[in-house]
Design a binder for this molecule. Sequence first.
Ligand code: ZN
Length: 179
Amino acid sequence: MVRVMENCLHLEGLRMTVGSGYRCPACETRLDMDGVARWVREAERERDEAYSMIQGDEFGEIVRDERQREVYRRRGVMYELQSIPQAVMVRPEMILVIHDALADSYKCKIFYKEPRPVAGLEEIEIEAGWKSILELRSHPDQIVRLAADRVQEFHKQRDDALKKSDVPPGRRVFYANEF
Ligand SMILES: [Zn+2]
């Protein structure tokens, strides 16, 4: 299987996505937990290869150290993802909803207090229609539900403006006290 962005080491770590996958913010590769485990094993294999090289030269030493560190780094990413309590609600600090006129959808950018929680979803796009909005209001992910609620409010506001022939607002910020 040919892998996309083979050279990306996912140096910024992996983030949760809607559903159960993980994504690299740098190259947008998506992995499930098995994929993450394979990614760790890949580094282990490369490290083992380095260890099987002839011992004793300085360059080989550097390569081995580097590969060992990469194994530890990837394991760290995996352990962090595995330790996320699935039901914990991470409260965002702010949700920015932007209406994308071309795609006729709402893009939600979700902001958290630092340090950003690993389980915190950062972006979600919702089609600008009552049906898709209402559907996501009963989504299993709490952050998705929270965002869908805000989008519903904003969609209604835009709808009302259109009915009065006003120019509907293109974006709106919701702060934590409005959730
Ligand atoms: Zn990547």
